[in-house]
Unconditional design. Structure first.
Length: 343
């Protein structure tokens, strides 16, 4: 009996020692290191704004206090950054990809440009659920959805690439409502699309309200751009009186398109580690992300930048990404027709 008690005590003591070693090993690994956040868009846009705020605060929540830097890798609506994170970045806990979440939907639908398996990323978190809207420039001459429907020419909407809300949500909006739209994709980031709207190269941009609020506030205040529709099923508290796309979706399929625009593209700017990242380092990054995005110092800076935070953790993001692979066959066929067909 005494020997059994001693054995149990020894096992418990060993467990405590091993448990203590794990944080110490993580601290030893990250001390003096640099963690890169690879952002799939150009500087000055919503993705870049959020990543730079997070980078300034996340390091202190990682044992060893590594430096965190932002590296912009724009192209193909952040597909280049997603493919890089999956296929080329070392899975050592020192690289974090920040790209459009619904690129995983594109992969699930069979887009050959998506060279990854969305279920294998190590999902770290998402700073805030996105809320898709369309902002039209004053020079478009359109200030309401009714005027948009009545337009004798299609409204030119600038976008980045497949999988992005600036492209896919626009396609879903057109399929659901029949609004006259000419999609002009290929811009490297929303900062470039904003400039195109301001110079009259295009009429509008459809993207996340939080991004517009953080990066285009002066134009909103001056009235040079106007939010005319929410591609959502519920209104945002900031946008009372702005109509919802569901009001103009007249069929069950149309309403389903709006629901997918609201749900699938609600996880717009997640952060992910390459597949194969050691579990202890992934858990460390997940915990640090949540602590940083709730840090009073970060939130104070974010308020100045007009960047809202309402973070979701890595496991929650992973469930959303897995759901893209569970759509029924009929809806997959419809989505392929809308999203994978060049407009």
């Amino acid at each position: 009996m005494a020997r059994t008690v001693k054995l149990i005590a020894g096992i418990a003591a060993l467990g405590l020692v091993l448990a203590g070693r794990a944080p110490a090993a993580t601290e030893d690994f990250y001390r003096g290191k640099t963690v890169r956040i690879v952002v799939g868009f150009t500087p000055g846009g919503g993705f870049d704004t959020y990543s730079r705020v997070i980078a300034r605060h996340m390091g202190k929540h990682i044992p060893g206090n590594p430096t965190i830097v932002v590296e912009n890798m724009p192209g193909a609506g952040s597909m280049i950054a997603a493919n890089y994170t999956y296929n080329q970045a070392k899975p050592d806990g020192l690289t974090i990809g920040n790209f459009i979440g619904p690129l995983v939907l594109q992969q699930a639908l069979g887009n050959p440009a998506a060279k990854f398996d969305g279920k294998r990323f190590g999902w770290i978190g998402d700073p805030i659920p996105s809320h898709s809207v369309c902002a039209l420039g004053r020079q478009s001459g359109i200030s309401s959805v009714e005027e948009w429907f009545a337009s004798k020419r299609p409204v030119k909407i600038g976008g980045t690439g497949p999988g992005s809300d600036t492209v896919d949500v626009v396609k879903l909006l057109q399929a659901a409502t029949g609004l006259p739209i000419q999609l002009i994709a290929g811009y490297k980031g929303t900062a470039d699309v904003r400039l195109a709207v301001e110079t009259g190269e295009v009429d509008a941009m459809c993207t996340d309200w939080h991004s517009i609020k953080a990066t285009w506030s002066k134009a909103l205040e001056q009235g040079t751009v106007r939010i005319v529709i929410q591609e959502m099923i519920q209104s945002h508290r900031d946008l009372k009186g702005v109509p919802l796309a569901t009001q103009y979706a007249k069929t069950d399929t149309a309403r389903k398109f709006v629901e997918i625009a609201a749900s699938a593209y609600g996880t717009l700017r997640p952060y992910a580690a390459p597949p194969g990242t050691p579990d202890d380092r992934l858990r460390t990054l997940q915990a640090a992300f949540m602590k940083a995005t709730r840090d009073p110092e970060l939130l104070a800076e974010a308020k100045q930048a007009r960047a809202d935070f309402d973070p979701r953790d890595g496991p929650t993001v992973a469930k959303v990404m897995s759901s893209f692979y569970d759509l029924d066959a009929a809806m997959i066929t419809q989505l392929k027709r809308v999203l994978l067909t060049e407009k």
